[in-house]
Design a protein around this ligand. Sequence first.
Ligand code: ZN
Length: 305
Amino acid sequence: MPELPEVETVRQGLIRGIQGRTVEDVLIRRSGLRYPFPEDLPTVAGCSITNIRRRAKYLLLDLDDGRVLLSHLGMSGRYTLFDANEANAAGKPLLATVNGGVPVSAFGDRTGFGGKHDHLEFVFTDGSRAVYTDPRRFGIIDLFSSAEETSHPLLVDLGPEPFDPWGPVDLAQRLEGRRTAIKLALLDQKTVVGVGNIYACESLHRAGISPRREAKGLVRANGAPTKRLETLVGHIKDVLHEALEAGGSTLNDFAAVDGTLGYFAHQFAVYGREGQPCQKEGCGGVVRRLVQSNRSTFYCPSCQR
Ligand SMILES: [Zn+2]
């Protein structure tokens, strides 16, 4: 599933592609994804997109009428952008059905899946289009006034952003007294947002910290971070930045807005490497897999303590 670096990559692609454009029409091909689409979604037509922000893995598109369009990519959501020439070439029909079945887009395999999963399409006044494709339909679309953003149920409990000024002291505050395993604490979006399964495994491996270690064991009695926690925070930032620079990982069917794939997946040191030798110089250990809260954790028992 797209993790924070992938979502940030998509955000940057959308900024280059659609920020400043005015929506002429919203083509809606089903009633919803994980939740029903908001009833007023068609009223996005006529609005301009003034800014595209991100909070955790939620994309927040600011509209010029003071509303915010929220988009979460779920497991398999992605946007594909077509300029006016490409959109014109694809042509109509925009809401056609195949043999009376699922409405498809005019883009066919250019968005994957023969256009069957192109659930939403934003048509802009300049003739360009943004197509939202989501075969597994775990994505979320919502629309609300910007005044409601801070109290929005999906956003209200989110912890700090790892790319904001954020450091070991902040993390120590959120781990103090918690007996939960450090790996699970990192996945908890109230601790810090966007450190997904892959990046938690990789950061803990680099820091030499066992994924099973109690979170509170990385905090001093006075609430200050230990040296090991400081090291971990440095690695979390590094791992996320590297993923961002690589354009996000390639797991599942994620693609950036221009259809190209990232390649950070090939650089994982422990994730998905069960039974293979640890890549840390001089370690000699073997990567193991364990299940924590129904998620696979990959780690090296020799160098992670
Ligand atoms: Zn090792």
